[in-house]
Design a protein. Structure first.
Length: 184
């Protein structure tokens, strides 16, 4: 569904910046019409299948699928573990309202394991790719490393904001350099 929503936006051949679950639809849309994307910046995507047999990645996937399936009804311990892994600001008390809103918005989404974007199509189309992460979760770093390798893309790590990498120091400057370099 996300890929279908994005397709008409690609008519102008934009630079596309996608974050987390949104990377899945972005990659599916870009692979369907690779000539319509000027560049891709992909931030901490849940492409767990790229790192098979990694116990931390498998745990992240299980927790994420649980939250997608059950939302706020996910058992408190795995819910908080997932939220901490993704860098959400959670302590021991009640969850912040913006975190609850995010969990509710994600509830009912398809499991990330169902997405198998055609990375070969994107790589073969020579689309410039920048894969960014926040350096806060080893599983996400390994996924990002594998994605950058699969797409022949650049890799950049920006600690300081957890999963909300765009708020990290140096993110904006690095993105601007990438976009200017690929503004053709």
């Amino acid at each position: 569904m996300d890929a279908l929503d994005l397709a008409p936006l690609l008519d102008a051949r934009p630079h596309v910046v996608a974050h987390s679950y949104g990377v899945l639809g972005t990659l599916i849309a870009a692979a369907a019409v690779p000539g319509s994307v000027r560049s891709l910046t992909l931030i901490e995507p849940p492409l767990n299948y790229l790192v098979p047999d990694d116990p931390e990645v498998a745990r992240l996937e299980r927790l994420g699928d649980m939250v997608l399936a059950h939302g706020m009804d996910t058992a408190p311990t795995p819910l908080r573990e997932f939220l901490r892994l993704t860098g959400a600001p959670v302590g021991d008390g009640p969850l912040p309202e913006n975190v609850v809103t995010g969990v509710r918005r994600a509830h009912g989404g398809r499991p990330t394991s169902e997405a198998r974007p055609r990375l070969d199509v994107i790589r073969d189309a020579d689309i410039p790719v920048l894969v960014m992460s926040g350096g806060h979760a080893a599983a996400l770093e390994r996924i990002c490393d594998a994605l950058a390798a699969a797409l022949g893309g650049e890799r950049s790590v920006h600690p300081g904001a957890g999963h909300f990498v765009a708020a990290a120091p140096g993110f904006t400057e690095r993105l601007e350099i990438f976009l200017r370099k690929n503004d053709m």
